[in-house]
Design a protein around this ligand. Structure first.
Ligand SMILES: C[S@@+](CC[C@H](N)C(=O)[O-])C[C@H]1O[C@@H](n2cnc3c(N)ncnc32)[C@H](O)[C@@H]1O
Length: 447
């Protein structure tokens, strides 16, 4: 039988691929799909990878402050091992002596025996150091573990909420499920899952499960009784408004979480699941097969319908646009270290081109739901406000609870500890040609 890899070694190898330095820029999720030990050892690997990505900036800062001379670039695996050790000492319940003892040996396994003494000294000091005191002395972008550009952008966009937003981005995300409404009521599902299950407050089929369970332990997961999906991400499909037998475009569909939800909500809808990435459409097919629903998967560019549209209008369109993913940093903390400020304007431009290109495909009276998992206003309310200003027959019909943060259009959710991710959605309705001038007001909550 093959020997299971050491969980700390597996973490260093994964981080070395993901984080800037020697890596190929692969996403943490992709890297963790393979090469992770089984069982609780795999849990430790994942915890170290997510933890180091979340707290990378303050961990690095403190480590640098301890070194007489900087570590060479080629010693990146040693650096990552030390960061894992510091993270474990400051943020896990594992016994300190076991943690301190593990890393000198890990350095030897990394063929960096020269660093064993260093690991011992640094981790002993970390064990005597109070993380909260260290963090309190750092500037906000360092303590909040964000690149400077993103911290400045969050402050500009959310002056009153930036600190809270950053804290939420450092907390582990909750485990959220969507119940297949065709199988059972949400109350039945909560009762079935028992202790630790509670319904979500916003999305009608959402439930939270704490502590998380492996999906294989969820009753009938394999046949689609539950899907793993954040509560905020469950909202766009709920607002689609599809008539019986209606035609729906899911314009950026892969991996198909929302396509499946549309078909649970509107089982007789004719759904086209479009995505630019052919390879990712395989994931859509897998998702739909598990749920036992069918859609037509099509490869195409949502910003250029000439290549794939057959001329028949859609009753409803979901545009779950590619975005900065700044609302889900707690789920994908490596995004902070991959994303550059220069990435944002091209994304904003692509989203605007998609909105303009898809709008003519919607029949009058139909609804387009625009969604992003971003908290940057340029991708969200500013994007939609500009679209409404240049599109006479578009109306903002977004239901918005009174507690929602005030934005110029649509509904912005900011990440909440134990609650939904940072997310944005706008319900845009197309006026009939005989309806008078544009009415840009949002409808009342709950109407
Ligand atoms: C936010 S993800 C969609 C998530 C999906 N709706 C779900 O719920 O599972 C954005 C998707 O947009 C796709 N995409 C990016 N550019 C596109 C384009 N020009 N046309 C169509 N799809 C595109 C990406 O391949 C990616 O799968």
């Amino acid at each position: 039988m093959a020997e299971s890899p050491d969980p700390r070694l597996a973490a260093v190898r994964a981080l070395n691929r993901v984080l800037p330095g020697q890596g190929d820029g692969a996403s943490l999720r992709e890297v963790l799909r393979r090469g992770v030990p089984d069982g609780s050892a795999g849990g430790l690997t994942r915890d170290l990878c997510f933890g180091v990505c979340r707290y990378l900036r303050p961990l690095n800062q403190w480590l640098n402050d301890q070194l007489d001379k900087p570590l060479k670039a080629k010693a990146q695996p040693v650096r990552l091992a030390l960061l894992c050790g510091i993270y474990e000492l400051w943020f896990s319940e594992r016994p300190a002596h076991a943690v301190v003892n593990a890393y000198p040996e890990l350095c030897r396994r990394l063929k960096a025996g020269w660093a064993s003494g260093l690991a011992n000294a640094v981790l002993r000091k970390a064990d005597r150091t109070d993380a909260a005191t260290v963090f309190a002395d750092y500037p906000p972008a360092v303590a909040g573990s964000l690149p400077d550009w993103l911290w400045r952008q969050l402050q500009e966009d959310w002056p009153a909420q930036a600190d809270e937003l950053v804290q939420a981005s450092l907390a582990p995300p909750p485990f959220t499920l969507r119940v297949d409404r065709r199988r059972q009521t949400r109350e039945q599902a909560v009762a079935l899952l028992g202790d630790g299950a509670r319904p979500g407050e916003l999305a009608p089929w959402s439930l939270y499960l704490s502590p998380p369970r492996p999906v294989t332990a969820l009753p009938d997961f394999e046949t689609g009784a539950f899907s793993v999906q954040d509560e905020a991400a469950q909202l766009p499909a709920e607002y689609l408004n599809v008539p019986a037998g209606g035609r729906v475009l899911d314009a950026c569909a892969a991996p198909g979480g929302k396509t499946g939800q549309i078909l649970e909500a509107f089982p007789d809808a004719r759904v086209i699941a479009l995505d630019l990435a052919e390879g990712r459409l395989a994931r859509v097919r897998e998702t739909l097969a598990r749920l036992g629903v069918e859609a037509e998967a099509r490869v195409g560019d949502a910003a250029d319908p000439g290549g794939w549209w057959d001329g028949e209008p859609f009753d409803a369109i979901l545009l779950d646009a590619p975005c900065s993913a700044t609302g889900i940093l707690r789920r994908q903390p490596d995004v902070k270290w991959h994303r550059r400020r220069a990435d944002i304007p091209p994304l904003v431009d692509l989203q605007a081109r998609m909105l303009d290109a898809l709008w003519p495909l919607l029949r009058p009276g139909g609804r387009l739901v625009y969604a992003t998992c971003s908290v940057l206003r340029a991708e969200n309310d500013q994007q939609v406000a500009a679209f409404l200003a240049r599109t006479d027959d578009a109306r903002d019909r977004t239901p918005r609870p009174e507690s929602a943060v005030a934005v110029t259009a649509g509904w912005q959710l900011l990440p909440r500890d134990g609650g939904p991710d940072g997310f944005y959605l706008a319900c845009l309705e197309k006026a009939h040609p005989d309806q008078g001038g544009p009415n840009k007001k949002a409808i009342d909550p709950g109407s």
